[in-house]
Design a protein around this ligand. Sequence first.
Ligand SMILES: Cc1cc2nc3c(=O)[nH]c(=O)nc-3n(C[C@H](O)[C@H](O)[C@H](O)COP(=O)(O)OP(=O)(O)OC[C@H]3O[C@@H](n4cnc5c(N)ncnc54)[C@H](O)[C@@H]3O)c2cc1C
Length: 360
Amino acid sequence: MKAIIVGGGIGGLAAAAGLHRKGWQVVVLERAAAFTEVGAGLAVQPNAVHALTALGIRLTEGLTDPPQGIRTSGGNWVIRNDSDLLSRRYGRWAMVHRATMIDLLRAELPPSSLRPGVAVRAVHPDGRVEHDGGVLTADLVVGADGVRSVTRASIFPEAAPPRYAGYATWRMIAPPHLLDPEDGSVETWGGGARFGYAPLPDGRVYCYAMIKAPEGAGGDLGYLRRIYGSWHEPIPSLLASVDPSGVLHHDTYELPDLPSYVAGKVALLGDAAHAMTPNLGQGACQALEDAVVLAGCTDLPAYDRLRRSRTQDVVRRSRQFGDLAHMSSAPLAAARNLGLRLLPTFTVARQMDPVLRWAP
Ligand SMILES: Cc1cc2nc3c(=O)[nH]c(=O)nc-3n(C[C@H](O)[C@H](O)[C@H](O)COP(=O)(O)OP(=O)(O)OC[C@H]3O[C@@H](n4cnc5c(N)ncnc54)[C@H](O)[C@@H]3O)c2cc1C
């Protein structure tokens, strides 16, 4: 049985690895000239650690404690996670560089499966894939071609386009030795803006910023340094040491619910099926889950049944978490912070059950 995977990001490579493991002949068509990922970190949450294990991949680096919690821009804790409680409840977290994840997945595949520099133009439910050099056919076509998916547009031409979520994101890597050894990942909320940081296995620090803004509104590192200059340390120090040439800036989009993830011999996966806001750090984690389920169940209506309601629920939860985090009214934010501080640690931990408690 032959599968064509459109797109060689985390979702596409994971699907290819899973299908290859089950004996499928796989070909991954990737538009870019090389299989690689942007220079940023990736939170691999416990559900995704389980998914990787199911794909035969054991993370050897980057395994870490759960996030430490959420602080205000002045540095007070809004939520202080109980690390032992979270680890017992959900398992291990990991924080890796995105390129590391791509390398891990790629290593599961024979080099002959990987075809970079091939852009797909259209996909047909009968398994035909038109690309810029001709046409291929397969028993299964996996559309893993991201938020602007050509596969999705081919099989669901009526589907609503991704919608702007209301905030812009910046991702960057700060050099090593800027965090104390006991520092873990922390997110900080201020009026309409957030900042997060997490140590990477090599000591460098992955940082991200999210700011409420109209679509297309830009901002360089100087802009971020001005916005976050008065926030608690180490945020200003991290921003002061970031190399401006490595800063990634994107608007955030969410895909309205699709009526199905499958059509004929074609299945959608990852951002092509359910692009979500990055608020919960679950986009790639859900793509890894999709890949495991698809590889274990190539009956496509069953894949759709197993994945669509779960992922659309995570999309919704991620949006709601963003609404809570990005509150810009000071009195409402103060009430939110007070409410969250009063929640028992166990109640906070349980909130993530629907997302993190997943087993293949
Ligand atoms: C700021 C930010 C932070 C995030 N943090 C996290 C996090 O910590 N944890 C997490 O789990 N998720 C996170 N996410 C989400 C995560 O990045 C995405 O959900 C994930 O990368 C989606 O993977 P994918 O393989 O589905 O799509 P993509 O990564 O978009 O890959 C699609 C691939 O398809 C290729 N392609 C596109 N069109 C074609 C074509 N026509 N022909 C051939 N190839 C094509 C592209 O070149 C690309 O390589 C974050 C997202 C953002 C924006």
